[in-house]
Design a protein around this ligand. Sequence first.
Ligand SMILES: [Zn+2]
Length: 266
Amino acid sequence: MLSIQAIPALGEHLNYIWLIQPENKNTVLIVDPGEAAPVIEALTSQNLTPIGILITHHHWDHVNGVAELVERYQLPVYGPKHEPIPHQSYLLTSTDTLTLPDFPAITILDIPGHTEGHIAYLTEGHLFCGDTLFGAGCGRLLGGTAAQLYDSLQHIMTLPPCTKIYCGHEYTADNLRFAQIIEPDNTDIAQRTKEIGRCIGIRDSTSKANIPFNTLPSTLALEILTNPFLRCHLPSVHAVAESYARNTLTDPLAVFTILRDWKTHF
Ligand SMILES: [Zn+2]
């Protein structure tokens, strides 16, 4: 059994750094440390010992804390094979499995699209997917193609529905506003929006915005019901995308491509 902890980071960027800890152990893995200070604070206050850093992709808000953490704790850095990651010790791709002391096996998924070499870490039904899949949304195209991102999301959809989804950012509320435009009659989207409204509050001391927090992890089952980017095969979503595009769309990938572009300008 693992316990997973969220560390909000980087204020208005709404990043999450995740700590993965085996039951009855004080060792942890650190996922995507975009800054070091809140990680050091969490480790120190809880007397935790880090044994490694897992990186999903190369963007600054996922790696900026690496150098300071490596210097302080002498940690190995695991990251995608095809992206430049600071202090990287291990170059990972989908044929790799991590076996670390005290931890269950961690499998690697290649999920390009947000960036060209983006990977995810899957262990005991917990998926750390960086900026590929968000609560009710998905990442922007910042290096990869729409087809790559679409395929990566389709690949994630083949995992068990109970898979818990740990994203790189707290974007769920904003994404649900878009989802409601795409599917105004979807009662699951309405229900999720209502539930998230209950946890409105200040996310951390550095963020002045009054925004929802703690919407993660979600489950793959919930994403399949409420995330428009996983629902491009549905006739109603297809029709809305065609109306926006003012064009005929031939397949779910074309629908996905339109939705991704629409959301970027939303
Ligand atoms: Zn990113």
